[in-house]
Design a protein around this ligand. Structure first.
Ligand code: FA5
Length: 348
């Protein structure tokens, strides 16, 4: 077969294959097979060396012509197949704007955060400011400045996680009292603050006790503050939080940093006061400790106890949330079970 004939066969075969191909991949393969280094076109061109000097330019220019025809054919087919592919993609990715959307799961503010917000709102409404304390605290502020020197038996009331001999995880929010009193400027008005935050104790976990829980400290210091102010303030808070019908009781108690001291109980949400496992069959759940700030605590903060007096309280936030929302186990707050958490939809 002459080279010319070989070239014509090659062209016809290429055109047939290009016409029948349906994908860009196949088209590329055809291009490599026919025009590539190891392909028939190169083979034919190699054979030109055996031609005579007069035949070579004729066959050479014919070979170039045929290669151009094939190349052009491939280019055209490529543009066509790319357009087909684009149309197909556009069709597949078409967005139907009339379809209903996918539901995005909505988060819920943690019931404990909601409770703390509610407590803060009540006290902000009574003119208190919110002060933050330190979770890692000095023994000095946690105990000594609260009238509990080293070796004092009252330290056993709050079993402590120590970090060093002098640094600990605070066992209550009361150290914020000392830190606030020592910097308060009474020429600017009375001291009225609350301080919410985490506290830590080596308590054994059960339905109403956790080794880590939240307290809200409250402190008011001014001239002429009495136990009546404390009782009135707590009554306002409890009624706002739990409703007018909820019963509260004040029990005489002991804290080294208040004198006199009380503990405040609210009637059990579950049994209404008859006794059950939640309230340990007493009918009451203790929510806070309180009292008149001990003169020693005022004096250690540089406040003249003959001129000034104050009341303070420390409220257990989980206990309040349990009573407010009828939650029967404090451990629910920390287990992060979504079925529990999502029951408390935000009321903002
Ligand atoms: C105190 O911590 C005192 N600092 C409170 C205080 C402040 C008294 C200012 C006087 C003046 P107590 O240990 O009783 O007190 O804790 C206060 C409240 O925290 C309790 O009434 C209770 O509601 C809550 N509480 C105590 N221990 C736990 C616990 N392990 N788990 C959950 N809540 C607790």
């Amino acid at each position: 077969m002459t080279l010319k004939k070989q070239l014509e066969d090659l062209r016809d075969r290429a055109i047939k294959n290009i016409d029948s191909t349906l994908t860009l991949n196949d088209l590329n393969q055809i291009r490599v097979e026919i025009l590539g280094k190891k392909g028939p076109m190169t083979e034919v061109l190699r054979g030109m060396k055996d031609l005579s000097a007069s035949e070579r330019p004729v066959v050479g220019s014919y070979a170039n012509e045929i290669r151009d025809v094939i190349t052009e054919k491939i280019e055209k087919k490529k543009i066509f197949l790319e357009a087909v592919k684009l149309n197909q993609t556009l069709k597949e990715e078409k967005i139907d704007v009339t379809l209903s959307g996918k539901k995005v799961p909505q988060g819920v503010r943690h019931v404990l955060s909601q409770t703390l917000n509610e407590i803060e709102d009540i006290f902000l409404g009574m003119g208190y400011e919110i002060i933050e304390g330190y979770e890692v605290e000095k023994d000095y502020y946690n105990f000594e400045r609260m009238n509990i020197p080293k070796e004092h038996p009252a330290r056993d009331m709050q079993d402590t996680f120590y970090i060093t001999d002098d640094v600990l995880l605070r066992t209550h929010t009361s150290p914020v009292q000392a830190r606030t009193m020592e910097v308060h400027d009474f020429s600017r008005g009375p001291l009225r603050m609350i301080s919410p935050g985490k506290v830590f104790r080596r308590d054994t976990d059960d339905a109403t006790h956790s080794h880590q829980f939240n307290q809200v400290e409250g402190l008011v210091v001014d001239k002429g503050i009495t136990m009546g102010d404390l009782k009135g303030t707590l009554e306002v808070m409890v009624k706002k939080m739990f409703g007018q019908e909820r019963k509260i009781r004040l029990r005489p108690s002991y804290f080294p940093f208040t004198e006199p001291s009380v503990e405040v109980d609210v009637s059990c949400f579950k049994c209404g006061g008859t006794g059950c496992n939640v309230c340990k069959h007493t009918g009451w759940i203790e929510i806070l400790g309180a009292g008149m700030v001990h003169p020693n605590v005022l004096e250690m903060s540089g406040i003249d106890s003959n001129e000034y007096s104050g009341f303070a309280f420390g409220l257990g936030a989980e206990r309040v949330a349990m009573l407010r929302y009828g939650i029967n186990d404090i451990r629910h707050f920390y287990q992060n079970d979504f079925r529990f958490l999502e029951q408390f939809k935000i009321k903002e």
